[in-house]
Design a protein. Structure first.
Length: 64
């Protein structure tokens, strides 16, 4: 996957780096790399999703 960055000659380097970081964040490249670092079994994935849902429900009803 290529990320093409358009910038003007002599443009501030901080501004260019910020544009680069934003472009990477929007492309979800980092999420994709982290996702493929480790294999998670489907049963473990279901369990993680269930635990997240329980936690969200707990937060939703405990703040009232």
């Amino acid at each position: 996957m290529k990320l093409i960055l358009n910038y003007q000659e002599g443009e501030d380097i901080d501004k260019v780096l910020k544009m680069y970081r934003n472009k990477i964040d929007r492309s979800d490249l980092i999420k994709e790399v982290k996702k493929h670092q480790e294999y998670i079994k489907p049963s473990q994935n279901k369990r993680n999703n269930l635990l997240k849902a329980r936690y969200k429900q707990f937060l939703k009803y405990s703040i009232d």
